[in-house]
Every structure is written in structure tokens, then in C-alpha cells.
Ligand binder design. Structure first.
Ligand code: CA
Length: 248
């Protein structure tokens, strides 16, 4: 692999929900990383996020020698397959109607990364001391923010915060964001469900990620922080850190 990484993921049911509809995957060997957050009645949300994971596992084989274009193609294939499989499942099981999931999928290629994003799960990147959210939520609140109808402060506590505008299995067509970028030694990517980002603000996440402690401990601290803040939803965190020295 061109970019050696260490990674760590964890999901937690939180304090209020009866089941966990989130899923994550970290796999340094095939170097893909994902977080999906399912929605739908009964256990349907869990099925939807599981379908997304299965699609990624089937389509992204152990293959780090890909070009950027190949990485983009792989990402699109995964989302298309997962979307189709969710719709197919609902056709077979009408009781699952309304199920879908948000999904973050990060893969690397010879010179950088490609990220697929749909819904209100998020991906952040820490590069040295520069911490930023590299995805935009596909949510009603984000839309209102973009249009200047509400302030960031109002967005944080908005009662329609959980209304999402895009998800796999929900809209007829997939409207996928594909984000491309370079990689630098020491970069840390954080993929998370809204169970983290709704409960813990960005400054706090930054303070955890910049601590000089092992990655698994950062994962734990982030989950604990979301639970201490109320743990209203399932909380899922995937951290991927590029090693300090890159071999080319
Ligand atoms: Ca959620």
C-alpha cells in the first residue's frame, strides 16, 4: 500500500435508542473506510446500513493500486449497488418500506483520496492544526444555513435538525457527492454519524484529535463525550491516520 495508515472504529448504541442502526468498517488491507447510519421502522435501518457495507465489501477488493478515476468509479459503483439493493429489499419486504441510510465511504488511490458522501453523516479532516468538515450535510438545516435563513447557532439547536434531504434508498435518483483531495503525512480523517456531531461541537472534537494519545483512545473519548452530552442517538466513529512518513 502506498499510504500506510492506522485506523480504528467504534459504534455505540447511545443512551436513548433501543437498537443500533449505524455501521462502520475499517480495513487497512483493502483500504476502505465507511460509516453508514440507517433509518426506517423496526429493524429496517440496520438492514439498510448493512446492505451498504456488503456492497462496499463486494465491490472494493484488496486493490490499492488504483488511479483517482478508478477510485471514483468504485465509489459510484458501491453507492449505485447499495441503492439498488435497498430498493430491491423493500420490494421483497414491503414492511421495510421507508428504509435507507446515509453513507460516508473513503478510499485511497495512488496520489490521494476519494470520498463518497450522502446524507448527514460527516467526514472531517485534521491536517496539522487545520481541522475542517469536508462534507456538507444534506439536511434541511444546512440548506437554510446556505441560504442565510438561519445562523450557525440556530442550526445547532434547530428542532428540524434531523430532517435529511438525501439518503440511499430514499430518493429515486442517487445524488451523491464525490470529494477528491490530496494526502499528507499525518492526516487524520474522521468519519462519524450524526450521533457524534449533534452532541459534540467541532472544537471539542479538534481537542481530542490533537491529543498525543493512541487512536483507539481518541475513538473512546469521542464516543464518551457524545454519551456524556446525552447520547440521544447511535454514535459511530471511524478514525484513519496516515503515518508520518510516506513510502512511495
Ligand atoms: Ca443517526
Amino acid at each position: 500500500m502506498i499510504f500506510p495508515t492506522i485506523s480504528c472504529g467504534k459504534t455505540d448504541i447511545g443512551l436513548r435508542r433501543k437498537n443500533n442502526e449505524d455501521i462502520f468498517h475499517t480495513d487497512a488491507k483493502s483500504d476502505f473506510f465507511l460509516v453508514a447510519d440507517g433509518m426506517g421502522g423496526a429493524a429496517a435501518g440496520e438492514i439498510a446500513s448493512r446492505i451498504f457495507l456488503n456492497a462496499a465489501m463486494n465491490i472494493i477488493a484488496d486493490n490499492s493500486e488504483r488511479t483517482q478515476q478508478q477510485a471514483v468509479t468504485l465509489i459510484k459503483k458501491v453507492y449505485t449497488a447499495a441503492h439498488r439493493d435497498i430498493l430491491h429489499n423493500v420490494e421483497q419486504h414491503p414492511e421495510n418500506s421507508g428504509m435507507g441510510c446515509t453513507a460516508e465511504l473513503l478510499i485511497f488511490h495512488a496520489t490521494g483520496f476519494v470520498l463518497g458522501h450522502i446524507g448527514d453523516s460527516r467526514t472531517y479532516r485534521l491536517r496539522r492544526n487545520n481541522f475542517k468538515q469536508i462534507t456538507k450535510d444534506h439536511s434541511l438545516v444546512q440548506e437554510q444555513l446556505n441560504q442565510g435563513i438561519i445562523t450557525p447557532e440556530q442550526a445547532r439547536n434547530h428542532k428540524m435538525r434531523n430532517v435529511i434531504l438525501r439518503a440511499l434508498g430514499i430518493n429515486e435518483e442517487i445524488a451523491l457527492d464525490v470529494i477528491k483531495g490530496k494526502l499528507f503525512p499525518g492526516d487524520i480523517f474522521l468519519l462519524c454519524s450524526d450521533g457524534l456531531s449533534d452532541m459534540v461541537d467541532d472544537d471539542f472534537i479538534f481537542s481530542i484529535l490533537t491529543k498525543t494519545i493512541p487512536l483507539p483512545q481518541k475513538t473512546e473519548l469521542l464516543i464518551d463525550a457524545a454519551k456524556n452530552a446525552g447520547g440521544r442517538d447511535n454514535i459511530t466513529v471511524t478514525l484513519v491516520e496516515l503515518e508520518q512518513t510516506l513510502n512511495s
